[in-house]
Design a protein around this ligand. Structure first.
Ligand SMILES: Nc1ncnc2c1ncn2[C@@H]1O[C@H](COP(=O)(O)OP(=O)(O)OP(=O)(O)O)[C@@H](O)[C@H]1O
Ligand SMILES: [Mg+2]
Length: 351
């Protein structure tokens, strides 16, 4: 046992290379017993690699990882006995039925036949799979399979459950089921490490969030603290589209940042590190724009002006410099100008 045995997960200086590809570059992470930790990161960040090391499917090159106090490298069988896992890619057996998969897993956990049957039936019903319980899993839809994967992770009620992108590819109803299951588990005291690319999911389920990018932890905290640390955004909405340029100039002057312009919403937005001072400068700059205009040019009519809090989308984008894979590909890599989440999908829709 390790000194950090009170933590469900303790990771120190973890490195992993695949040949020349340095997938984990010194990851530090602590997950406290009973909390839901959201591990957020873009494609290739190292989430699955980390999950595989924690679940003993992969050995680290350097550093240490403890799960429920056990060293993953030295005592893998102890780790496996206290952990439930649903991988990013389905691990249930396609030739067996849903019932058989869960039943066999329960037997592997060492329970008798009758208990194994009850465990399987309960989980099938909880994940709305009772109707297809007798069908081979190979004939399941993707959503049913994901739900069965999640059910499989819960066999034996392990104190720690690791879920790698549990809702990727699920329809909205199945996603809600999964969220509900995770919330119930958390309420019952299970520790959960959940990787996701969905910010809403992390925001909603996680007590704390760790953001990883290119094999390193780039931020850690509650959703609230991450949003606060990312600062405010200054938003100006104008009455007419042709007033946008003047508004963008004013916002740029006030914030020192390149504003995002949403033509359809007639909205200009930019990060404002110093909040209220930037707002005051924006008001002054807008006055200036109006004063500077020739007599026959109408004033910029401001419908709305204010400071808003960063969303988790903004935080993620600011930290990783790229939008999530589900965003439009064209936004990737332009931190200052990229769309911030779903609010700007109509951006520049009209010339
Ligand atoms: N078996 C492997 N062999 C070689 N490189 C690998 C292997 N598995 C992962 N990698 C590389 O390691 C890095 C981290 O990959 P990983 O799968 O851990 O990322 P991820 O955060 O889970 O991404 P995703 O969101 O796409 O699932 C990537 O650059 C990936 O290409
Ligand atoms: Mg992955």
């Amino acid at each position: 046992m390790h000194a950090s045995s009170r933590s469900a997960i303790a990771i120190e200086g973890l490195h992993k290379k695949y040949r020349t590809n340095h997938a984990l570059r010194g990851v530090e992470l602590e997950v406290r017993t009973g909390e839901v930790m959201g591990l957020l990161g873009p494609n290739g960040a190292g989430k699955t690699t980390l999950v595989k090391i924690l679940t003993t499917l992969l050995r680290p090159d350097h550093g240490h990882a403890y799960v429920n106090g056990w060293n993953v490298s030295a005592e893998p069988e102890k780790v496996r006995a206290t952990i439930g896992m649903a991988g990013q890619y389905s691990t249930v057996d396609g030739l067996l039925t849903g019932f058989e998969n869960l039943y066999l897993l329960a037997k592997l956990r060492g329970v008798g036949r009758r208990t194994a049957r009850r465990v399987a039936d309960d989980l099938l019903s909880r994940f709305r799979l009772t109707d297809v319980a007798g069908r081979p899993v190979g004939a399941y839809s993707g959503g049913m399979r994901r739900r069965l994967d999640l059910a499989a992770a819960l066999v034996g009620s392990p104190p720690l459950v690791v879920l790698d992108e549990p809702t990727t590819g699920l329809d909205p109803e199945s996603r809600l089921d999964t969220w509900e299951a995770v919330s119930e588990l958390a309420a019952a005291g299970t520790t959960i490490l959940l990787t996701t690319q969905y910010l809403e999911e992390a925001d909603r389920l996680a007590d704390r969030i760790t953001v990883i990018d290119r094999g390193r932890v780039v931020a850690e905290g509650t959703s609230d603290s991450l949003k606060s640390a990312a600062g405010n955004r200054l938003v100006v909405c104008v009455a007419q589209e042709h007033q946008l340029d003047a508004a963008a100039r004013a916002v740029a002057r006030a914030t020192g940042a390149t504003p995002t312009v949403d033509r359809r919403a007639r909205r200009v937005e930019a990060p404002a590190a110093d909040g209220r001072a930037a707002l005051a400068r924006a008001l002054a700059a807008l006055e200036n724009e109006n004063d500077a205009d020739a007599e026959d040019v109408e004033d910029v009519e401001v419908l709305e002006i204010g400071l808003i809090r960063c969303t988790l989308d903004d935080v993620f984008l600011g930290l990783t410099g790229h939008a999530r894979h589900s965003d439009h590909a064209g936004h990737a890599g332009h931190a200052g100008h990229a769309g911030h989440g779903h609010r700007h999908t109509d951006r520049e829709a009209t010339p």
